[in-house]
Design a protein around this ligand. Sequence first.
Ligand SMILES: Cc1cc2nc3c(=O)[nH]c(=O)nc-3n(C[C@H](O)[C@H](O)[C@H](O)COP(=O)(O)OP(=O)(O)OC[C@H]3O[C@@H](n4cnc5c(N)ncnc54)[C@H](O)[C@@H]3O)c2cc1C
Length: 260
Amino acid sequence: MAEPTPTASPEPIPSRDEAPYRVSTIERVTPSIVEVWLRPLGEPMGFLPGEYVLLEDSDRRVAPRSYSIANAPRPDGEISLLVTRVAEGATSSWVHDRLRTGDEVILTGPYGTFVADPSRTSPCLYLAAGSGLAPIRALIEASLKTTPQGSLTLVLSARTEADVLDRDRLLGWQAEHPRFRFIATLTRAAGAGPRQRVPDLLPDICPRLAGHEVFMAGSPGFVLACAAAAETLGAAREQVHTEPFFVEPQPWSGPPPASG
Ligand SMILES: Cc1cc2nc3c(=O)[nH]c(=O)nc-3n(C[C@H](O)[C@H](O)[C@H](O)COP(=O)(O)OP(=O)(O)OC[C@H]3O[C@@H](n4cnc5c(N)ncnc54)[C@H](O)[C@@H]3O)c2cc1C
């Protein structure tokens, strides 16, 4: 049988869930984190609070990386991302050093299972470290807007006072909503509040977690330690929701490793 005639390689077909956005603001919010607000250039991406997107440059020179959306859906479709600088990290360095207001980027998504059931009114405990606040901020913002009951407690871990992300906004929410409590704990410096790792602090803050929904996001080590602590304090496994910010595999581009 004759081989099929090769055809010219087709243009890449844009995926249905890709969307162009423009940077409306980019601002350093802690020594290691920038917040990027992105405005949709076409149809805004629909998403649930807690989901994440892949971010890349419009020329596709930078590896796409996952970033959690840091806000609840808004009528203008804008999306906020909180990006931590990773030493030698390709995409986070591009965001920190090269991305500017007015630049176009591509988002793909949304993805993820780190979402809340809006019909639930159980008390919620949120545990975040660094930019792990991103999906948690989206979940809390949505819950304060839409769910009338249930206490919400956020414990945010940061190295020093300067690393406490979004303190003013979180204190503002606490003043406005008596059911929301915000606790910052510092791991590398003294401050006004506690100075402990989150898993060590939990027994003092929430000694009984049975019946709670517990959400945790940040580095894999942080999430793993918090999940173990939450279960020890009685949280049911199906009510422990985790979003570990693992480092994605590097594309393999070098020569094959020598065998033998
Ligand atoms: C679901 C999910 C949500 C996430 N949400 C967020 C978020 O909201 N905010 C956030 O800041 N991050 C988030 N992340 C992490 C993010 O996706 C990236 O992993 C992170 O920004 C690092 O990407 P990078 O391209 O800068 O680093 P990479 O280039 O991927 O490098 C990562 C590390 O690998 C090392 N490395 C790179 N190349 C090599 C090599 N050839 N050999 C050895 N080591 C190497 C680097 O030194 C660096 O330490 C999330 C991850 C996941 C999975």
